[in-house]
Design a protein around this ligand. Structure first.
Ligand code: CA
Length: 325
């Protein structure tokens, strides 16, 4: 009896093995990598010790518009997102997908019509002092420097390559700095061509909503780069100023005058880029890179005492629970 039972079990085992080898699995298992997510990079840093600097998905609390992942475009197909109206060919930037390598107009490559980074993603600069959400980054000397001469809608939505030069977008910056109960700080990081580093820290940084034209509010300054946002006097300060672009003039030049003439728009008549201009002020971190020879660094951050031109610029935001009074 025991022999018969053993034989039966052996036959059953062989049958199962045989059938198992003949039947294709009906369910394909997919390996899904779950990246840390949070309201911003500061929370991801707190919740995930050891998380490195990279691109992460965030969802700021209280954001008016949800940070939605865009549809995956097919190769050669322009990106179309409901929040991002199609632009003309002239508006097409040189932006790339964060994970794509090579120029945007490369054969078969993917491109965003409006040069936007995915709205749900940011670059997190993870440091010992916390997780910082990068809102602007520029490096001099890249093969295809990102063009910052863009209209209001593009500055609102953001443009560029999250892994390189980019502007996160005023709406995202406003959402990031408007989270209830959180204290947002700003760090301005500058590096000159001699690799000397300069920084300006503001213990509060807020960008208002669009109906206030993304007005800038700043806390107390500390650092070694000087407080170029506030400049040298009341008429210079960009604190409290609305954002201006080529097509939206909210600066305080009505008109302004310099050594070369009279003008009414810092963006349209002088820099060509978007910024929180006063008349026009001493910070201008989106302005095109100067030529190298003999150009002072003051074109971008006039209070920095470096005698060499800047080679890299980064603006980043950290949030923390607001201290109760
Ligand atoms: Ca004006």
């Amino acid at each position: 009896m025991a022999t018969c039972l053993l034989l039966l079990l052996t036959i059953l085992h062989l049958s199962v093995a045989l059938v198992g080898s003949m039947v294709q699995p009906r369910v394909q298992l997919r390996l899904v990598l779950l990246e840390p997510q949070g309201r911003d990079c500061s929370q991801i840093w707190v919740d995930n010790p050891g998380a490195g600097s990279s691109i992460y998905t965030i969802q700021p609390e209280g954001a008016n518009a949800p940070f939605q992942s865009p549809p995956t475009p097919t190769p050669g197909t322009d990106f179309a997102h409901s929040e991002h109206p199609p632009l003309t060919d002239e508006d097409v930037g040189t932006a790339m997908f964060a994970n794509e390598k090579g120029p945007a107009d490369q054969q078969g490559g993917r491109r965003w019509t409006s040069g936007l980074p995915p709205p749900s993603q940011v670059f997190c600069d993870m440091r010992e002092d916390g997780g910082w959400t990068v809102i602007q980054r520029r490096e001099w000397g890249t093969e295809q420097p990102l063009d910052f001469e863009r209209c209001w809608q593009e500055y609102k939505q953001g443009f560029g390559d999250l892994g390189g030069d980019h502007w996160l977008g005023l709406q995202h910056i406003s959402d990031l700095t408007s989270q209830p109960g959180l204290q947002p700080e700003l760090s301005v990081d500058l590096q000159d061509v001699d690799n000397l580093t300069w920084w300006a820290h503001y213990d509060y940084f807020h960008v208002d909503k669009e109906d206030h034209f993304y007005r800038l509010s700043l806390g107390q300054y500390s650092g070694n780069a000087g407080d170029a946002f506030r400049g040298s006097g009341d008429t210079d300060t960009q604190e409290g100023r609305a954002f201006s672009t080529l097509d939206r003039d909210h600066d305080s030049c009505e008109p302004c005058e310099d050594g070369t003439g009279v003008f009414t728009s810092c963006s349209r008549d002088r820099s060509g880029v978007g910024w929180w201009y006063s008349n026009c002020g001493q910070a201008d971190l989106n302005k095109p890179w100067p030529g190298r020879e003999g150009d002072p660094p003051s074109l971008h951050w006039a209070t920095v005492s470096s005698e060499q031109a800047l080679r890299s610029i980064m603006l980043r935001v950290r949030t923390a629970q607001r201290q109760k009074a």
